[in-house]
Design a protein around this ligand. Structure first.
Ligand SMILES: *Cc1c(COP(=O)(O)O)cnc(C)c1O
Length: 384
């Protein structure tokens, strides 16, 4: 058989079933240690490796078209592993509206170790080029960004990194689009990472992080960080993530179809000022997105004309829930200013457009009409 298509790889995983018993659902190997039956036995201790985690790691490597996968206890544990590649004196370029938790990891922890970070608009290639220094070892891209949905050209930024004297590694946080829509390693990136908590696991029932690398050297480093920092994903959560991945293509298509409908509805609503959704042809990142990704995903943000009533809108849904997080089957509405981006100082937030009028939707896979009706009901509570 030719290489199976993405949907088949998502369903069948790496081994798919248990080679020892034939169990069709890959088992949850709930163990901390292993009897060493032979010399060179592949498993010794579950912090180091566990078969359920290994199946997930190999599955995500297949989906991202990379060489090696690594599964962490959360997306931020994966970001921590990536930052662990740096040492004192190094410099990192990073997207300017990066995920709030990544920002906090940089500002409150990583800066203590004398590593410098510069926030840049990754969509502005001149700004990226101007920001390189001799000690720049990494370019960390989020695309599309959260919550402003800015798009970076992964191939173009990777090419700039390839020309820079210090040959920085290119890392892409691919949480929003998943490998179903975007595969950064095929566009020139060296490392791709995920909060698998979101679309990959997909059901708001676990937290997980994933990394996929190219080449043996980076894999050695990741293996060292994972086993030494003790950040590996537990067997049950590995199984939940594997189970979620089986339906990833179906879910993403429905998330996206509903997001397109919601974006068009919001655009025409009198209380909405602006809609930020990559799938709208007037979005500044639309063309780049069409070039590098096969879809736009299920995330959008929108600003209200007035901040009056914003709190009522958030809690006004019958079905749409006011909660942090994204990427699960349920539609969630978030207030970035007080939730995901609360740790970012107000002046920085204002500059980014994260105001008291900005709301973010993670569009779920419910009935399209029900989502639009609930949005209508919620927006009736907004001020003029
Ligand atoms: C949620 C998120 C993270 C952090 O992942 P956790 O699983 O919450 O630790 C990182 N990047 C992006 C884009 C996210 O949405």
């Amino acid at each position: 058989m030719d290489k199976p298509a993405f949907a088949s790889r998502a369903v069948h995983g790496c081994q798919g079933h248990d080679p020892h018993t034939g169990a069709l659902s890959f088992p949850i190997y709930q163990t901390s240690t292993y009897v060493n039956a032979e010399d060179d036995w592949p498993y010794c201790y579950s912090r180091v490796q566990n078969p359920t985690r290994e199946e997930l790691e190999k599955t995500v490597a297949l989906l991202e078209e990379g060489d090696y996968g690594f599964a962490f206890a959360s997306g931020l544990a994966a970001v921590l592993a990536v930052f662990s590649l740096t040492k004192a004196g190094d410099h990192v370029l990073i997207s300017d509206d990066v995920y709030g938790g990544t920002y906090r990891l940089i500002e409150q922890i990583w800066r203590r170790y004398n590593i410098d970070f510069t926030y840049v608009d990754m969509g502005d290639l001149d700004a990226v080029k101007a920001a390189f220094r001799p000690e720049t070892v990494m370019v960390f891209i989020e695309t599309p960004t959260n919550p402003m949905m800015k798009v970076a050209d992964i191939a173009a930024v990777s090419a700039l990194a390839g020309e820079a004297a210090s040959r920085p590694l290119v890392v892409v946080d691919n949480t929003f689009l998943t490998p179903y829509y975007q595969r950064p390693l095929t566009l020139g990136a060296d490392i791709v990472l995920h909060s698998a908590t979101k679309f990959l696991a997909g059901h708001h029932d676990t937290t997980a992080g994933l990394i996929v690398t190219k080449g043996d050297a980076l894999a050695e480093s990741m293996r060292l960080f994972l086993k030494t920092e003790g950040t590996g994903l537990a067997p049950f959560d590995s199984w939940l993530t594997l189970r979620g991945i089986k339906t990833l293509p179906l879910r993403m298509d429905k998330h996206q179809a509903n997001a397109v409908a919601a974006a068009e509805f919001l655009q025409n609503h009198p209380k909405v000022e602006k809609v930020y959704f990559v799938g709208l042809p007037e979005h500044p990142g639309y063309a780049v997105s069409q070039k590098q990704a096969s879809g736009f995903g299920g995330m959008l943000s929108f600003s209200l004309k007035s901040s009056a009533g914003a709190e009522k809108v958030l809690r006004g849904g019958d079905m749409i829930l006011f909660a942090e997080s994204l990427g699960g089957v349920e539609t969630l509405i978030t207030y970035p200013m007080t939730q995901t981006h609360a740790s970012i100082p107000k002046d920085v937030r204002d500059k980014m457009g994260i105001t008291d009028r900005l709301l973010r939707l993670s569009v779920g896979i419910e009935d399209t009409g029900d989502i639009l009706r609930d949005l209508e009901k919620m927006l009736a509570l907004a001020g003029d």
